[in-house]
Design a protein around this ligand. Structure first.
Ligand code: CA
Length: 232
């Protein structure tokens, strides 16, 4: 029998928890569900989940603290669940080590899409093909060995900074990358408030990589949070 990934669901609101569990089990995922931070930490250790879905508003502890504690010893993708309008909280969660987020209310299709992205990312990490090989989506090919980028077969010239930015996005393909993550990975630590650098370089990248830069299909904006390079 094919391996069925295990998802740990941490959510204290019973209707939302039942909705998430039903959505996941309908697709064949194995699910363990808990309703507080304490159980989340103990089940993460005892069950070794492939993906963790974590509500940030838990009764016993702040979700950001839970992420930091998990990240001290475990690497499975963490998808946080937050309320609409809490951009700052989402950004803090991502910078603390979460991989992606769902904003309430969300539909089952969105939930399943996020889980698939997380599992693809996990597979790429364990195959080691994030450092070598090729990343392809649509007509875009990023060759990680030769550091070349082609679009519909035509070589695209990128500046070194643009290429570093593409690499950060490719390593996190499908997932959201915060402004802060891009700044520190591309420009190094210390430029914490210079998010306009990121905007300027993203505009340049879109001009080079998007057929219609005003309506991006590859390099999507996550409002108030960062960017997402689509991976399918
Ligand atoms: Ca909650």
């Amino acid at each position: 029998m094919e391996y069925s990934p295990l998802v740990l669901v941490v959510e204290d609101d019973p209707p939302i928890r039942r909705f998430i569990v039903a959505g996941l089990t309908s697709q064949g995922y194995r699910v363990v569900d808990v309703d507080c931070a304490k159980s989340a930490l103990s089940h993460a250790a005892s069950h070794v989940p492939d993906v963790i879905i974590l509500d940030l508003g838990l009764p016993d502890r702040d979700g950001i603290e839970v992420i930091r504690e998990l990240r001290e010893w475990t690497r499975p993708p963490i998808i946080v669940v937050s309320a609409r309008g809490q951009e700052r909280t989402k950004v803090n969660a991502l910078d603390a080590g979460a991989d992606d987020y769902l904003t309430k209310p969300f539909g089952v299709a969105e939930l399943l899409a996020r889980v698939r992205v997380a599992l693809r990312h996990l597979a790429r990490m364990s195959n080691g093909n994030l450092e070598t090989g090729e990343f392809r989506v649509g007509g875009l090919v990023v060759d990680l060995n030769s550091h070349t980028v082609t679009l519909d077969g035509t070589r695209v010239h990128l500046t070194p900074t643009e290429y570093r930015m593409v690499m950060v996005l490719v390593r996190n393909a499908g997932k959201v990358v915060t402004h802060q993550m891009l700044l520190s990975e591309v420009w190094g630590p210390g430029l914490t408030d210079e998010t306009q650098y990121v905007r300027v370089f993203m505009a340049n990248l879109r001009r080079k990589l998007e057929p219609d830069p005003a309506r991006p299909r590859l390099l999507l904006t996550e409002v108030g949070v960062g960017y997402r390079l689509m991976d399918e």
